[in-house]
Design a protein. Structure first.
Length: 275
């Protein structure tokens, strides 16, 4: 779920949203699933820059900690600033991350008003404490990122692991791969206590998520080295212990987008992974 969250994105976030989870340290195994989210302006917060916004996210995740995680994501948005014709954007992304957080392959194509504005294709590989990013598009290059940097799956695993332990804060540098393929965010996740009561979910989601703990999670994304300033964006979500996102809000300060789960399908597990 990157483009609408990143520009007016998602990531991305993930969804962020790429909510990828493995069975580690008390976290539930990842649930392979397919979901659709409908997006619109949050009516509870006045919008400074947009008269209206609508869109959808189609999301699918499969795999496990043994074979790695594959994610397919399509996001289509239309926004009206009140200054002329509305703007349509479309993002298609596919990615694979191994279960140990050592390799991440991704391709993301973004279109604006039917014209391609970005095409990023890259592979990030971790070795000896360095995350080496081989960028194939838009411009061939190799970038080395040093320090403790998490891949997208690792980040969500860490957040869910902390939630299962009753911890409330997770700070991390997270490789995002947007822009030219080498973007890293400083992030701060605030985790609330397990939520009670039912969400407004499709019946298929209620059946699949029955009895699964969910946590209110708010993640702030800061440009690297600017954690003392306002975040680039803030994503608040209802995050289930198996990695499914129920509802979400993305705060860009000038406006807030909200997403609701419109359709859900649990997919067959890939196999008997013991990791």
């Amino acid at each position: 779920m990157r483009q609408l969250m990143r520009e007016a994105t998602l990531g991305t976030a993930i969804l962020i949203m790429a909510a990828l989870v493995s069975a580690q340290a008390g976290a539930d195994p990842l649930m392979a699933h397919r979901a659709t989210y409908l997006l619109g302006l949050d009516a509870s917060r006045p919008s400074v820059k947009l008269d209206s916004a609508s869109g959808r996210i189609d999301y699918e995740i499969s795999g496990d900690a043994c074979s790695g995680y594959s994610v397919k994501l399509h996001q289509a948005n239309e926004v009206d600033t009140g200054e002329g014709s509305s703007v349509r954007s479309d993002m298609t992304s596919s990615s694979w991350e191994d279960g140990e957080g050592k390799t991440y392959r991704f391709n993301t194509v973004t279109r604006s008003n039917d014209r391609t504005s970005s095409d990023v294709d890259a592979v990030a590989t971790r070795k000896d404490g360095v995350l080496s990013v081989e960028i194939r598009k838009p411009v061939a290059d190799t970038v080395e990122l040093k320090g403790n940097i998490l891949l997208p799956t690792q980040h969500v695993v860490n957040v869910l692991d902390a939630a299962a332990k009753g911890e409330t804060l997770v700070e991390a540098r997270v490789f995002d791969g947007s822009d030219d393929g080498d973007k890293v965010y400083d992030t701060l996740a605030i985790i609330g206590r397990p939520a009670k009561g039912d969400e407004n979910l499709p019946e298929t989601a209620k059946a699949a998520l029955f009895g699964v703990p969910r946590y209110p999670v708010t993640i702030s994304y800061f440009d690297t080295g600017k954690s003392s300033e306002k975040p680039a964006y803030v994503m608040a979500m209802s995050l289930y212990a198996n990695g499914v996102i129920g509802s979400m809000k993305i705060d860009y300060t000038d406006f807030v987008l909200q997403g609701r789960l419109d359709s859900f399908e649990a997919l067959k597990a890939s196999g008997d992974c013991k990791k």
